[in-house]
Design a protein around this ligand. Structure first.
Ligand SMILES: Cc1ncc(COP(=O)(O)O)c(C=O)c1O
Length: 425
């Protein structure tokens, strides 16, 4: 029996349904689902994995996670939690020990005073962001999102019934929103300003002065709340100093949700622990959403996160030295490719080169590079390098490289990208 054509928007993202189970008729699926698209980063990662399985020599630069193992003391805390039987349901939005560790972290790293009742713990930063949007958005509510953005923001807003309002922040502005742009985007329907620093996909970080200038706009619009995604706080380089809105402008504290997590800084992507701090009424509403969806995040992972936040922090600097070296290697390698301009990022483990100079040309394999998706697809097929095209992040023509992989793989990838660009006609 042959499979019916999968009805998903992108069959790379979702498994094909088994042949002998009838697919539901389309009206069975919710209208909400039709508004969102599957993650393009996962699609590229899957496509690369497929080619690899066929025996092709593929370098994957599309995954957004550190290539380091979870530090031994943290993994041991997880094992200890199992051995000690800490394997039952916990309080919905986090054990008290973790909430206390998060408060200590906010004081230590950001000079922010939060109490445990102002803290929410979820299954990754992703769930925490989603809970906050679900808990606050009504139809017609707008969320301002600077583009390029993390792929999930607009879709999460749509899933929660709101309207994403994206603001293009180009390479000339360092991929950052200006106070004038923010002012112009605010309407009476604006509920949140949602942003991320250092950024996935650009690595751009907002300085203290830049956040102060944005705060001044926000102070003029008391109905707008701030959702700051600080997931890459600890992955910063050189002179860049991380700061967060509630720290820069304490008057915003009462309408700011400061989101963070252990995934990136502690190489704990699979443990699934994220957290946020903000006004108690919002935190309670987020717990309500979580209580009727997933309940508590994994008990074992919560105990590992307590150790991550309370234990030694020195490996963060060690990892950053590695990431900074790779950043420099990739920036130099990409800037050597004709038609590519790669700015130097402040943090995270991504670069987001502009490829205006490649658009309209034809690859050695005969693909017309009409846009960044065509560029990324031809690059994967012809040179075996998997990157994510810029349209996925809302700003083109660009592509995102995740440099959380070995120096040798990065050098090889840069050589291939350079060759691909040199051969464009
Ligand atoms: C900007 C940003 N925010 C949030 C997340 C979610 O992280 P978590 O693994 O904690 O769900 C990611 C993960 O890629 C991210 O890049």
């Amino acid at each position: 029996m042959t499979c019916a054509t999968p009805r998903f928007q992108n069959s790379d993202d979702l498994p094909h349904p088994p042949c002998d189970i009838p697919e539901p008729a389309m009206p069975f699926l919710s209208d909400t689902l039709s508004r969102v698209k599957p993650s393009p980063t996962i699609a590229m990662t899957n496509k690369a994995a497929e080619l690899k399985a066929e025996g092709r020599d593929i370098i994957g630069l599309s995954a957004g996670e550190p290539d380091f193992d979870t530090p031994a003391n943290i993994a041991e805390a997880g094992r200890r939690a199992i051995a000690e039987g800490r394997t039952r349901y916990t309080a919905v939005d986090g054990i008290p020990e973790l909430k206390r560790a998060i408060c200590v972290k906010f004081k230590r790293d950001n000079d922010l005073d939060y109490t445990p009742s102002q803290v929410s713990v979820g299954t990754g930063g992703k769930q925490v962001l989603y809970n906050a949007l679900m808990a606050t958005l009504n139809p017609g509510d707008e969320v301002i999102i600077p583009a390029p953005y993390w792929v999930s923001y607009p879709d999460m807003v749509l899933l929660a019934g709101g309207t994403p309002v994206t603001v293009a922040c180009g390479i000339a502005a360092g991929f950052k929103i200006t106070p004038d742009q923010l002012e112009a985007a605010i309407t009476p329907a604006t509920k949140w300003f949602l942003f991320n620093s250092p950024s996935n996909p650009t690595g751009a970080g907002y300085s203290w002065d830049e956040l102060k200038a944005l705060s001044e706009v926000l102070l003029r619009h008391p109905h707008v709340w701030v959702m700051t995604d600080d997931m890459y706080e600890h992955l910063t380089f050189g002179d860049f100093r991380f700061c967060t809105p509630a720290q820069v402008e304490p008057e915003l504290m009462g309408r700011t949700l400061t989101v963070n997590g252990v995934s990136k800084a502690y190489a704990m992507t699979g443990w699934r622990i994220g957290y946020a701090a903000g006004p108690e009424a919002l935190i309670r509403a987020m717990a309500k959403v979580q209580s009727q969806s997933t309940s508590n995040p994994s008990s074992v992972s919560q105990w590992a996160a307590v150790e991550a936040l309370n234990g030694p922090q020195d490996f963060i600097a060690t990892n950053n030295t590695v990431f900074e070296r790779r950043r420099d290697l990739v920036v130099a390698g990409l800037n050597a490719a004709p038609g590519v301009t790669c700015p130097v990022p402040d943090g995270a483990f991504y670069v987001y080169p502009d490829i205006s100079g490649c658009i309209g040309k034809t690859s050695a394999g005969g693909t017309v590079i009409g846009d960044d998706e065509a560029f990324a697809t031809a690059l994967l097929e012809e040179e075996g390098v998997a990157v994510v095209f810029g349209a996925a992040f809302g700003l083109s023509p660009n592509f995102r490289v995740s440099y959380a992989t070995s120096d040798a793989a990065l050098e090889d990838a840069c050589t291939r990208i350079r060759r691909f660009c040199e051969e464009l006609r």
